[in-house]
Write a protein that binds this ligand. Structure first.
Ligand SMILES: Cc1ncc(COP(=O)(O)O)c(C=O)c1O
Length: 357
């Protein structure tokens, strides 16, 4: 705390990201990709690593906009870019969620940054509990309300549960709330779920958020984007240009284009991760874990006879980092990023040792 800070800074409760350890640990705690990015990314970045870095990056980022628009079969004016999807989300909160005190609806268990942004932007939130089995209860979002929500946000597949909601359900939610933005954060969608981008033409209130941090293995490059109607993107653009006109640097733009253009590499690696996930799920079940059905590059698992906190510490003592949330309803779960087959085998061996101790 400082007497020099603006008044509202004293009340902020910042998001706490997963640990980035200094020592050599097997890092299965922040859902980074098990493999590196496409080799084409390195070549593209190297080609831009020259004197031209004295220039501002391309303001329009048109090469990247075109690559994303082509991938999703939308127009370039339906794509909005940001410095990681966290920044895209910040602009979404600011642009779409501050509407005359109308609430934002969001699940109790979901990406925790949403609550941080609610506090930061002073967005009134109505937190809706997930069902007992940690699925989103669609009827909670479609029933008639006295005041229409400003918007609805959830991750799909959800985090940290890994559970995906069907597109029909998302369409139903969008249809029931025609005057509210329905924001679907698809950070993990490439690991086995269906994208709601396909619904935007029918439901212009849907906003889909993507990141290159997970399925493209580019968390270090910081590239995220939204796909929405041109009208919504124009609003986001107004906010961005009132804040930082150049959120994506030259190297990030070049690397991101190369990654998106190498769909063969993208597919090969995401399918490998999905296979590892399914094996990891079976191996954990054999050790007595309950594992929620995951469509992501992580699994969310609990053991009936062992405290998650102790398992987390036991793994750490064996140089393996996983994520544990001290949060009601999920404090007995561990969120484990899917690693390479060798890393998963190491994790299972360590867990077996802990359980047998
Ligand atoms: C659901 C979800 N959304 C968004 C993000 C942010 O991703 P980034 O800012 O790296 O694009 C994460 C990161 O873990 C996430 O889990």
């Amino acid at each position: 705390m400082s007497r020099f800070w603006s008044d509202h800074i004293h009340e902020l409760v910042p998001y706490v990201p997963g640990e980035q350890p200094k020592q050599q640990l097997l890092k299965l705690n922040t859902n980074e990709h098990a493999y590196g990015p496409s080799p084409r990314v390195f070549a593209a970045i190297a080609a831009k690593n020259n004197d031209d870095l004295r220039l501002y990056p391309p303001y329009e980022a048109s090469a990247l906009l075109s690559a994303i628009a082509k991938k999703h079969n939308v127009a370039t004016d339906q794509v909005f870019l940001g410095n990681g999807s966290d920044e895209v989300l910040a602009h979404v909160f600011n642009t779409l969620f501050l509407r005359e005190g109308r609430p934002l609806l969001l699940p109790d268990i979901t990406y925790s940054f949403y609550k941080t942004y609610c506090a930061f932007f002073k967005v009134p939130a109505e937190v809706i509990p997930l069902a007992e089995d940690f699925t989103i209860r669609v009827e909670d979002y479609t029933r008639e309300r006295e005041v229409a929500p400003a918007a609805i946000i959830f991750a799909n597949p959800n985090a940290p549960t890994g559970i995906a909601l069907a597109l029909d359900d998302i369409a139903h939610i969008a249809q029931a709330n025609p005057d509210s933005a329905v924001v679907v954060d698809e950070a993990y969608v490439d690991f086995g779920a269906d994208s709601a981008v396909a619904l935007i033409a029918q439901h212009p209130n849907i906003v889909v958020i993507h990141t290159l941090s997970k399925s493209y293995a580019l968390a270090g490059l910081r590239v995220g984007y939204a796909v929405a109607s041109a009208e919504i993107v124009a609003g986001l653009q107004r906010v961005k240009d009132s804040f930082n006109s150049y959120p994506l640097d030259t190297l990030a733009q070049a690397g991101a284009v190369a990654a998106i253009e190498d769909q063969a590499y993208f597919d090969e690696k995401r399918f490998a991760i999905m296979q590892s996930r399914d094996k990891l799920t079976k191996d954990l079940q054999q050790l007595g874990f309950e594992v929620l059905p995951s469509k992501t590059n992580f699994v969310f698992a609990r053991h009936a006879d062992h405290e998650a906190q102790q398992l987390h510490q036991g793994l750490r003592d064996r140089h393996i980092l996983v994520r544990h949330f001290q949060q009601p309803r999920i404090e007995q779960f561990l969120r484990i990023t899917v690693g390479t087959p060798e890393q998963c085998a190491k994790l299972i061996a360590a867990l077996r040792e802990i359980l047998n101790a």
